[in-house]
Ligand binder design. Structure first.
Ligand SMILES: N[C@@H](CC(=O)O)C(=O)O
Length: 469
């Protein structure tokens, strides 16, 4: 063995044997095996999920230190190592593919190994001296993948909701409400079945969207509350084997302080490990939101269609040239992007539902997929809604005269005549108008069905489109 190669690697040992680990690596032998076993997608753990795992490891180390389960200087070194990584150090050391060992043991051991090696260094020791700080015995004291990972999905989900989706939804709701005020008195033709319908107010369409998103925020918050109930302390099978009696409560208290969100221990540890129901609830509420975001982004594209051959009732702000070949073209790119993100969220939700029913007996081993899909879903939906708000919703303008022209020309205005001349007469008027191009008013007058004063009163578009109090 040359002097150079001695510097290049260290030897690590696990229950299967020995392997050379690159000397600079903070991960260890179990991570190395996992990278070889799972060359699947190239996708690495999401930063928010990694943060959640590190916060849990910090909390468990501190709790075990306080309870005398591991020496305090070791527990502090592990917590300090976790802090360093939370602050951005060594992020490239988390290298196991998203599609990996069931339950997430490989990623979990990656976290345990990096923390052990960095904690050793912080104590002035060398990487790999697992006699002093062991990834399994010290960092993972009283823990199992089976209670850490479902807890990490909960914490990751909560962080993603708080940092990404809720602020984005608030921004979108505020933007839509501002447009509702701006466009309040603008009358446009309603359309049902994509055919002319009775008039509506453009501002009210935006207010409806704001209300729809507000309702979704409430639904997601309700589902999100399920994530605050933690099964940490269950260890391998929900019995809490190898944990100190005060450990569960202590970890939950510390974690709660770390993320500044009230958390509680689950009343039933086994249930918290077996059932993925909280994740299904949150994912289902995201699917629900995505369904309406799709509807809204489709509507925006439809109302903006044109400029010469479409509706063009509203103008979405042009944010980039639309075409590589057609000059002067601007496309509704923010709405298009939002639609694609919503489709992805729905796909993730379907996979989460499959994974959630895929557990057996004491454990659901499909958790790595749930972790990735759920947290990514929250984050991409949040980012999409945030970007849509900033680069599209806030800058929407409208073509008042075009809106009013469509409203005036809509054959469905005859609906307001029903109580005065009856449905059949009104239908005949509409038919003649369509065939001859004459206005509804002219035909009603010619047929002597109403006076012009009565018509002016009944066909007042502002009144027709006002919402009831
Ligand atoms: N998921 C592992 C436990 C662990 O990694 O802690 C098992 O049940 O086999």
């Amino acid at each position: 063995m040359s002097e150079q190669s001695e510097l290049d690697y260290r030897i690590e040992r696990d229950s299967m044997g020995e392997r050379q680990i690159p000397a600079a690596a903070y991960y260890g032998i179990q991570t190395l095996r996992a990278t070889e076993n799972f060359p699947i997608s190239g996708l690495k753990p999401l930063p928010t999920y990694l943060d959640a795992c590190l916060l849990i490891k910090k909390a468990t180390a501190l709790a075990n230190g306080e309870l005398g389960c591991i020496p305090p200087e070791l527990s502090q070194a592990i917590a300090d190592a976790a802090d360093e990584i939370l602050n951005g150090a060594l992020r490239d050391q988390f290298v196991v593919d998203v599609y990996q060992a069931g339950a997430g043991t490989s990623h979990h051991m990656n976290v345990n190994e990096v923390l052990a090696n960095r904690a050793l260094e912080l104590l002035g020791d060398v990487k790999g001296n697992y006699q002093r700080i062991s990834p399994n015995d010290t960092v993972n004291y009283g823990q199992s993948t089976n209670d850490v990972i479902p807890t990490a999905i909960r914490i990751g989900g909560l962080l993603a909701l708080q940092h990404s989706l809720y602020p984005a939804l608030n921004k979108a709701i505020a933007a839509l409400e501002a447009k509702a005020v701006e466009f309040q008195d603008i009358v446009k033709s309603g359309r049902t079945h994509l055919q002319d319908a009775v008039p509506v107010r453009l501002g009210e369409s935006f207010r409806a969207w704001a209300y729809i998103l507000t309702e979704h925020r409430t639904r997601i918050e309700t589902a999100g509350k399920e994530l605050t109930v933690l099964g940490i302390g269950g260890s391998a099978a929900g019995t809490g084997l190898n944990t100190h009696p005060k450990y569960r409560a202590q970890v939950v208290k510390i974690l709660s302080e770390l993320i500044n969100i009230p958390l509680t221990p689950t009343p039933h540890l086994m249930a918290a490990m077996q059932s993925m129901a909280p994740f299904v609830s949150v994912s289902g509420s995201l699917r629900n939101l995505a369904t309406d975001c799709l509807k809204i982004s489709h509507d925006l594209r439809l109302m903006d269609s044109g400029p010469k051959t479409g509706l063009k009732e509203i103008q979405l702000p042009p944010v980039q040239p639309g075409s590589s070949i057609m000059p002067g073209k601007y496309n509704p790119v923010m709405a298009e992007m939002t639609s694609m993100v919503c489709f992805q969220v729905m796909g993730y939700d379907s996979a989460i539902a499959l994974a959630a029913q895929g557990g057996q007996l004491e454990l659901n081993v499909m958790m790595p997929l749930i972790a990735y899909n759920l947290i990514h879903s929250i984050e991409i939906l949040g980012h999409a809604i945030g970007a849509l708000s900033e680069f599209c919703l806030q800058g929407i303008t409208c073509d008042r005269s075009r809106c009013e022209q469509y409203a005036e020309g809509s054959l469905a205005l005859v609906t307001a005549l029903n109580p005065h001349i009856g449905y059949l007469n009104a239908a005949a008027v509409a038919k003649e108008s369509l065939e001859t191009g004459k206005s509804l008013r002219q035909i009603v007058l010619e047929r002597g069905l109403m006076t012009s004063e009565q018509l002016a009163e009944v066909l007042d578009l502002q009144k027709m489109s006002a919402l009831p109090n």
